[in-house]
Design a protein around this ligand. Structure first.
Ligand code: FES
Ligand code: FE2
Length: 383
C-alpha cells in the first residue's frame, strides 16, 4: 500500500531538522503506550479506548488484559456500543453475532449462521498488552515488541518504585504536551501556582542558557531514547523579572529544591526528578488520541525501602499531591497546551513559530524523536 504523507511535503522540507516529528501528528507507531490504569478495568469489564487515531476495546479475563480493534469486520460497527460475551475468552458482535476469540482475534463462530465459510478465515487486529506499576501498556504496532523498558524513562520500572497517577483528556496535539512539559521557560506560567507556596519550592521566572550544548542525549543501541536538559549545570535562573530595567516580578526562593533533572523520552514521556517534592519523581505521558487530543497521564513515583511506606505514599498521594501538584500545578499546563492548539493545528506552525535560545531543548527533542522513532502512525494503519 502506498503511504500518503500526513503533511504537505513542502512543509516537511521547511522543517528539515525534524520532518518525521512534524509528520507524526498521530504519534509514533511501534511503541508501548500507557492506556488505562489497571484499577480502571475490572474482571469481565469491557472498555473502549482511543489511541493514536485507533479505536480499541479492552477487557480482562482471568486477570489478563486483552485488547482488540473496536470494529466488527462485517459491517464496521464498534463492538463497544454493546459488548457481548456468551463464552469466556470470546467477544460477540451485537449486530449479527460474529464471534471472535480474544486471544487471536480469529472469527471462531457466527451464532446467526453457524455454517458460514468465513469462520476461521477472518481476524480482527489484536494488540500486545503488558501491565506494569498499575498501568496497562499497549504496543501500538506490528513488529515484534521490544521490552517495555525501552519505552519508559529510566527508574520508572525500578523494583522499589511505587507509582500512583491520574489520567485525563486534553484538547491539544500530543506534541504540544511533550513540548510544554520539557520547555524550561514555561515555568513562567506557574509563578502563581498554589504548589509554590504550598510546598515552599524554589521556582524561578525563567532560565538563561550559558552555552549552546546544555543537553545529554541518550540514544544508545538499546534502552530508552531521550534528552536531558541540564538546567542546573548550564543555565542561570531568573528570579527578578524586569521590564525596561524596572523590577516588576519576583520568582520564589523556597526551601525545597526540585526539578533539577528533567528529561523527555520516546514515545512522548517526561521525567522530572525530583518533583513536586524532593522525595518524589514525576513521570508523565502525552498519549495521542487523535490529531487534536491527547491523554495526559500524570504519575508520581516514590522509591520505598519498606512495604509499609507504600500505604504512607498512598495517603499522601490522595490527600496532598493530587490537589496540590497534579491538579493545582499541572492545570496551568493543560490550559497552556489547549491555548497553543489553535496555532499548531496548522502544519505551517512548525516553521512559522519563532523559537528563542532556551527552546534549543525542544529542537533537540524533536530531532531525537525524528531519528529514533520506530514508525509514523498513518491513517492507512487504521484500516
Ligand atoms: S456488524 Fe458485526 S456481526 Fe454484523
Ligand atoms: Fe509545567
Amino acid at each position: 500500500m502506498s503511504e500518503r504523507t500526513l503533511v504537505d511535503p513542502e512543509i516537511l522540507e521547511k522543517c528539515s531538522l525534524y520532518p518525521d516529528y512534524v509528520e507524526a501528528k498521530l504519534g509514533f507507531r511501534n511503541h508501548w503506550y500507557p492506556s488505562l490504569f489497571s484499577h480502571e478495568l475490572e474482571e469481565g469489564e469491557f472498555k473502549a479506548h482511543e489511541i493514536l487515531g485507533d479505536r480499541l476495546l479492552l477487557t480482562r479475563v482471568d486477570g489478563k488484559v486483552y485488547a482488540v480493534r473496536d470494529r466488527c469486520p462485517h459491517r464496521g460497527v464498534p463492538f463497544s456500543r454493546r459488548p457481548e460475551c456468551f463464552k469466556k475468552g470470546t467477544l460477540t458482535c451485537w449486530y449479527h453475532a460474529f464471534t471472535f476469540k480474544l486471544s487471536t482475534g480469529m472469527l471462531c463462530d457466527i451464532i446467526t449462521n453457524p455454517k458460514s465459510n468465513l469462520i476461521g478465515k477472518v481476524q480482527i487486529p489484536t494488540y500486545k498488552v503488558e501491565e506494569a506499576k498499575g498501568i496497562i501498556f499497549i504496543f501500538m504496532g506490528d513488529i515484534d515488541p521490544p521490552d517495555l523498558a525501552d519505552d519508559v524513562p529510566p527508574g520508572f520500572l525500578d523494583e522499589n518504585m511505587v507509582i500512583r497517577g491520574v489520567r485525563q483528556e486534553v484538547g491539544s496535539n500530543w506534541r504540544i504536551g511533550c513540548e510544554n512539559g520539557f520547555d524550561s521557560t514555561h515555568v513562567f506560567i506557574h509563578k502563581d501556582s498554589i504548589l509554590v507556596e504550598g510546598n515552599d519550592i524554589t521556582l524561578p521566572l525563567g532560565f538563561v542558557p550559558t552555552s549552546r550544548d546544555t543537553f545529554k542525549v541518550v540514544d544508545g543501541p538499546t534502552g530508552p531514547k531521550g534528552v536531558y536538559d541540564l538546567l542546573a549545570e548550564h543555565c542561570i535562573p531568573i528570579f527578578e523579572g524586569k521590564i525596561e530595567g524596572e523590577t516588576v516580578l519576583q520568582g520564589h526562593m523556597g526551601s525545597n529544591r526540585v526539578a533539577y533533572d528533567i528529561s523527555i523520552w520516546l514515545p512522548g514521556v517526561l521525567r522530572v526528578d525530583p518533583w513536586p517534592d524532593p522525595s518524589l519523581t514525576q513521570f508523565e505521558w502525552y498519549v495521542p488520541i487523535d490529531e487534536s487530543r491527547h491523554f495526559y497521564i500524570q504519575t508520581l513515583g516514590r522509591s520505598i525501602n519498606v512495604p509499609e511506606d507504600e500505604a504512607i505514599f498512598d495517603e499522601e498521594f490522595e490527600n496532598k499531591w493530587k490537589d496540590l501538584a497534579l491538579a493545582g500545578f499541572n492545570d496551568d499546563d493543560i490550559w497552556a497546551r489547549e491555548a497553543q492548539q489553535e496555532f499548531y493545528k496548522h502544519d505551517e506552525a512548525w516553521y512559522k513559530e519563532q523559537l528563542f535560545e532556551p527552546d534549543r531543548n525542544i529542537s533537540k527533542w524533536r530531532q531525537l524523536a525524528s531519528r529514533h522513532h520506530r514508525g509514523i502512525q498513518r491513517y492507512e494503519n487504521l484500516f
